[in-house]
Design a protein around this ligand. Structure first.
Ligand code: URA
Length: 204
């Protein structure tokens, strides 16, 4: 007798995807990486954070945002009552670009399907991009992050909230207070969307 198919959980799908990412050789970043960094966090997260690409510590550990920028991200999350375990954190490219240069267009394109699948499996209410390159890839907009940060963009399946990259405040400490202001918009959005259920009906 045919066995009933048990649907795979989001956690199973993400784990299968993470194995594919670790084995990936779609672009030249595979030749220079130590570890691919698929991303980590809750498979049922209401919020996803998408950064630019792994840095040195992330390449060494295989984990996203565990270097100095990650410490600031943890502080920002904590300021609105969230922990890393509540969210899912990943990047537009899963392998470190040499000397932390910005990911090249071909590298972004090669990695884009992985991010698309992660969004599809997690189905976040809010997706926060960190920095200009992540906004360009996820939002499909070349509008500068200095104009868009903290402003919600309704997408078909989630709200997009562009944020400055945490590393920006490491270079320009004046941005720190802006980042703490912008993240309050995430708290406001979550409180609002949780009040109205999964919130999908209200997005365009
Ligand atoms: N910067 C990023 O964009 N991503 C990381 O994972 C770490 C630093």
């Amino acid at each position: 007798m045919a066995q009933a198919q048990v649907p795979l959980s989001a956690a199973d799908r993400l784990e299968t995807l993470a194995r594919m990412i670790r084995a990936c050789s779609r672009c030249p970043l595979a030749d220079t990486r130590t570890n691919a960094v698929p991303g980590e966090g809750s498979p049922g997260a209401r919020v996803m954070f998408v950064g630019e690409g792994p840095g040195q510590v992330e390449d060494e550990t295989g984990r996203p945002f565990v270097g100095p920028a990650g410490q600031l991200l943890d502080e920002l999350l904590g300021s609105i009552g969230l922990a890393r375990a509540d969210v899912f954190i990943t990047n537009i490219v899963k392998c470190r670009p040499p000397r932390n240069r910005a990911p090249l267009p071909d590298e972004r394109e090669a990695c884009k399907p992985f991010l698309g699948k992660q969004i599809q499996f997690i189905r976040p209410l809010v997706l926060c991009t960190l920095g200009g390159p992540a906004l360009a890839v996820v939002g499909g907009t070349e509008n500068s992050i200095s104009r868009q940060h903290g402003t919600v963009i309704p997408k078909r399946h989630y709200r997009l909230l562009p944020l400055y990259h945490p590393a920006a405040a490491l270079h320009n400490p004046n941005l720190r207070s802006t980042q703490f202001d912008d993240i309050k918009e995430l708290r406001r959005l979550l409180d609002m969307l949780e009040g109205e259920g999964r919130g999908a009906s209200a997005v365009t």
